[in-house]
Design a protein around this ligand. Structure first.
Ligand code: GCU
Length: 619
């Protein structure tokens, strides 16, 4: 096709974009979006279960929103236009049942517990746009694939069940103020997805985190990073990124009043201002001193405030140095699930409960497995003084040679780092968990490691590596991926999946190839709370207790041991776990049951952490 002019080329491009294949959400998430003036869309959303996707495809399996009219799908939210001769409409959101948002659908209705497929959500909202203001529709997470429509018009689609989704809706809100948003959420598992088709956690579907519309000035502070320079406790550095017509050549002030720090910056033609300046008197953030400062950024009519802690993290030989001092990561693994529902954790209360249990255990560190957790969780870790291992769901048998799969994983990692880059609590970006050895896997994972370092060179990069055993009872850790990482982390289940009874596992020795800090990313065993026997009675609390006692003895023989995140804080739902007496669809490796009962092993780890805190002068 020959384009007569630039305008016709542009028109063709815009046409292609509007009718072309659905696109991923816009890149460039707004930093700290929830701090803006927001209209919450949490609450009751009507829903329609649509296993055959009749609301998305016509009977010839053509997508309605790719048709010429773009109409015909449930996203039209069609109503009869003529009471006398009503059209045939075979759905009606307003007379359908409701789900609570945020919240997975599985835990809200028994008939949805195992449901995998599409559910449509719809809610109305009143918002009269103000001239000159910009509006952004924001979802904390939708699992797994989402198509999103505003007032019957498609905004786009997104894949990835645990990272924020954001669309600008300026000019798309109805001037009357009456609007409706429709979401097609589909939690169908796919071999080429991230995570892949098989995991050991429940495939909770739906809009599982907060939804709101954020308002911003025409030109606003879209992104920023304010952190200590790498390994330098007395230098602040970062950037401020404006977005909007007036972004170039703008003055931006950065003010940390409590530290007597103020900088006046000027943006470049792309609206970006970078900075690096001395900051001598900062009280450094740590689990014992989770000191955060109010950081105010202002430009034109826009002011954004954030609470940010400042600390350094690095490794030196086999030591992990937090603010230059060797520490031991007294951790625990945590899924994003409220054990008492059980379903996805829905808000601050659920999340604070989980982290309070971690503090009670004596933790200074948590592994937020196996996917990006809620931003609220990261901010609570900042507030409560817990270091964080954050992770993307590159888990088990990923489609290593599929380019789209890699792009998906990299997008999730980029969004995780964008969301978490100002959180002092986050010290580790993990690029995956227990992935089988092979060249395609190594290429995929090392590409993610490189991406993580390019986005943020101030934090450690890790992954749960592969371990193999030899008949002489040696656990060998020589996974080639370890070469590229800052920590030697691995999962081992001596005393549960192999190695005999708990009392036998101290026979194991370790052969670890890398001279790096060793952080055991998982160990553990199941126990049904309240079920008692002796130390050899599998599934009993006493068995799990003996397993922890002997695991800690065995791991104590590793000279470079500098931390652990035993599996796991609380029992959690998992379809793999079907023993009708002991499991009933729950993985029982929790130190706390799904009714909030602490098992005997909880106290073994608690005492060990008390001793470690004393040993490292962190009591
Ligand atoms: C694996 C995996 C976890 C799983 C655990 C288990 O190591 O990383 O996601 O739940 O083992 O088997 O319980």
């Amino acid at each position: 096709m020959l384009f007569r002019s630039w305008h016709s080329l542009l028109a063709a491009l815009l046409l292609a974009l509007s009718f072309g294949p659905s696109v991923q959400a816009q890149s460039g998430l707004i930093q700290n979006a929830a701090a803006r003036r927001v209209l919450s869309l949490n609450g009751s959303w009507n829903y329609i279960i649509d296993p055959y996707e009749n609301g998305f495809y016509d009977y010839r399996r053509e997508a309605f929103d790719q048709s010429k009219s773009g109409k015909g799908g449930y996203y039209d939210n069609q109503k009869p236009s003529n009471a006398q001769e009503p059209e045939l409409i075979e759905y009606d959101f307003d007379h359908s049942a409701a789900l609570q948002v945020p919240g997975d659908w599985n835990s809200q209705d028994p008939k949805l517990l195992y449901y995998e497929g599409t559910i449509w959500y719809k809610r109305n909202f009143k918002l009269t746009p103000t001239a000159g203001k910009r509006y952004f529709l924001y979802f904390g997470a939708i699992n797994y694939e989402a198509h999103i429509y505003l007032n019957g018009k498609k905004l786009g689609m997104h894949r990835g069940g645990f990272t924020p989704i954001q669309f600008e809706v300026t000019g798309k809100l109805d001037p009357s103020g009456d609007n409706f948003v429709v979401v097609k959420a589909d939690n169908t598992r796919h071999a080429d997805a991230v995570p892949t088709i098989n995991t050991d956690w429940w495939n909770y579907g739906g809009i599982t985190r907060d939804v709101f519309i954020a308002e911003a000035p025409g030109t606003f502070i879209k992104d920023y990073k304010v952190q200590l320079a790498k390994n330098d406790p007395s230098t602040l550095m970062g950037y401020v990124q404006l977005n909007g017509a007036g972004r170039a050549g703008q003055t931006v002030t950065l003010n940390i009043a409590e530290a007597g720090l103020k900088q006046t910056l000027k943006t470049d033609t792309a609206g970006r201002a970078t900075f690096r300046f001395p900051a001598k008197k900062l009280s450094l953030w740590s689990p014992q001193n989770p000191r955060r400062y109010v950081v105010s950024l202002a430009s034109g009519s826009d002011v954004v405030q954030d609470k940010i802690g400042f600390r350094t993290i690095q490794t030196k030989g086999q030591d992990i140095l937090l603010n230059g001092k060797s520490t031991f990561l007294r951790g625990i693994s945590i899924h994003d699930e409220n054990p008492l529902i059980p379903g996805r954790a829905r808000g601050e209360g659920d999340l604070r409960m989980l982290l309070t249990w971690a503090k009670e255990l004596g933790c200074n560190y948590v592994r937020l497995a196996h996917y990006p957790h809620n931003e609220i969780m990261l901010r609570l870790a900042d507030e409560m003084g817990l270091l964080v291992w954050a992770e993307v769901p590159v888990y088990w048998t990923i489609a290593w040679e599929n380019a789209a799969t890699y792009q998906n994983a990299e997008a999730q990692l980029s969004d995780l780092i964008s969301m978490g880059k100002n959180r002092a609590s986050i010290v580790v970006w993990s690029v995956g968990n227990e992935t089988p050895l092979g060249d395609p896997r190594l290429k995929f994972m090392t590409s993610l490691v490189k991406k993580a370092r390019s986005l943020d060179d101030t934090r450690l990069v890790a992954a749960a590596l592969e371990v193999h055993r030899t008949p002489d009872d040696v656990m060998h850790v020589d996974d080639p991926l370890g070469e590229y990482l800052d920590l030697t982390s691995f999962n081992e289940y001596a005393g549960w999946y192999w190695g005999g009874a708990p009392s036998e596992i101290t026979k194991y020795k370790f052969d670890i190839k890398y001279n790096k800090p060793v952080m055991i990313s998982e160990f553990g065993g199941d126990a049904l709370a309240g079920y008692h026997g002796d130390a050899n009675t599998r599934w009993s609390e006493e068995y799990q207790e003996a397993l922890y006692v002997n695991q800690l003895k065995m791991l104590g023989t590793i000279p470079g041991l500098r931390g652990m995140t035993p599996w796991i804080l609380t029992d959690f739902r998992a379809t793999r776990r079907q023993h009708p007496v002991y499991q009933n669809g729950f993985n029982r490796k929790g130190l706390i049951s799904n009714t909030g009962t602490k098992k005997k092993a909880f106290y073994v780890l608690q005492e060990y952490y008390r001793q470690q805190a004393v040993k490292y002068g962190e009591k």
